[in-house]
Write a protein that binds this ligand. Structure first.
Ligand code: AMP
Length: 345
């Protein structure tokens, strides 16, 4: 559960978007690929107009939610390019603003009536408002949003190298260097989130994207429910990252993210999560509840030490993020800031 929202956005949207071009000078020249007409096709047969309180909750328009109006965006503001993927509530496309200097974004559609059917309208609204206010190099930016009768459109930072999960599937597992670099970025992003009183609660490879330089981007804030085809294949996929306190139905705090960071470290290095049990949910629950952890000998002593300090039953005894960031395994690989060529996805 996210506990609070960051301060309201004060700068203009064009200023926010210009960050894309400032940090990546070549980005506006990127080809956006061929549009397949999917938005119109989808819109003919999908969704319905929502009314009443739900319609009010989902009337999400960034320009009226901020202190100063920040542009009047609509679907006509963009050239639409290639499809990037499908989520549960709609499609994601690469897009470019028609106006100079032709910013590149990922445009995500969410069908309002489908959100209402899933009874997550308040959650969607809250998550969108939270993500809009977050600013961190390893957290996917949400530049703005607008809506029409049936849909909400999210203007997201384009994650040029796609899903981290696909890389993990392709490679089986990651090297120690690559894993440590990702965990370093993840810990930094989590420290930022926790400083804003936001608990992520759903860290797993499926929720992570990769930027154009292979940098990690936390890309999912709960409102984005993924299509099953992209998801983990095992039966107990969603349980694998749950900490004992959640499995046992106890109260939980931001320390759940520390546990998940330990699970993520293990999965990057070993290719599977530590408490996975092919005998099903109950078996996984039991293994989590008693912290039945076995780190294979292929994992270095330093990485094993970090995993064991994070996967601790008692939430208060888990290694704090400040100490993850100074852990020898993390520091060891930080000097080589870029992933080596073969590893940069
Ligand atoms: P989602 O609804 O977030 O699951 O998005 C569906 C798919 O679209 C994802 O699995 C990604 O492959 C792709 N996608 C979503 N957001 C982005 C983005 N910001 N940049 C690039 N690809 C994205």
């Amino acid at each position: 559960m996210k506990l609070a929202c960051a301060p309201a956005v004060k700068s203009g949207l064009s200023k926010q978007l210009s960050i894309v071009n400032e940090t990546k000078p070549g980005v506006k020249k990127l080809a956006i690929g061929q549009y397949d007409g999917g938005l119109e096709k989808d819109n003919e047969k999908r969704g319905s107009v929502v009314s009443g309180e739900a319609a009010e909750i989902l009337a999400l328009d960034h320009s009226v939610h901020t202190e100063r109006p920040i542009g009047d965006w609509s679907l006509h503001s963009f050239e639409i390019g290639r499809p990037l993927g499908k989520g549960k509530f709609g499609r994601v496309y690469m897009a470019r603003t028609k106006k100079e200097p032709h910013y590149i974004i990922a445009l995500k559609t969410l069908y309002k009536s489908e959100i209402v059917e899933s009874k997550v309208e308040k959650q969607v609204r809250r998550e969108i408002e939270i993500q809009t206010n977050l600013r961190h190099p390893n957290i996917l930016r949400l530049y703005g949003y607008f809506h029409d009768e049936k849909r909400i459109f999210l203007m997201l930072e384009f994650a040029g190298k796609g899903e981290l999960y696909k890389q993990l599937n392709k490679n089986g597992r990651f090297s120690e260097r690559r894993s440590a670099r990702y965990i370093d970025q993840m810990a930094d992003a989590l420290q930022y989130l926790h400083s804003k009183h936001v608990i992520h609660r759903d860290i797993k490879p499926e929720n992570l994207l990769l930027g154009i330089n292979g940098e990690l981007k936390i890309g999912d804030f709960g409102w984005s429910v993924h299509a099953p085809s992209n998801r983990r294949k095992t039966l107990c996929g969603t349980l694998d990252y749950l900490p004992p306190e959640m499995v046992l139905g106890k109260e939980h705090s931001e320390k759940v993210d520390l546990w998940a960071l330990g699970v993520l470290t293990y999965e990057f290095l070993c290719g599977n999560p530590p408490f996975e049990d092919l005998n099903g949910y109950n078996a996984t629950y039991k293994r989590i509840a008693k912290v039945d952890l076995h780190v294979p000998s292929s994992v270095s002593a330093e990485a094993k030490d970090l995993i064991e300090r994070l996967l601790v039953f008692e939430p208060e005894k888990r290694l704090p993020l400040s100490e993850v960031l100074t852990h020898p395994w993390i520091v060891k690989y930080r000097s080589s800031a870029k992933l080596s060529k073969g590893e940069a996805a």
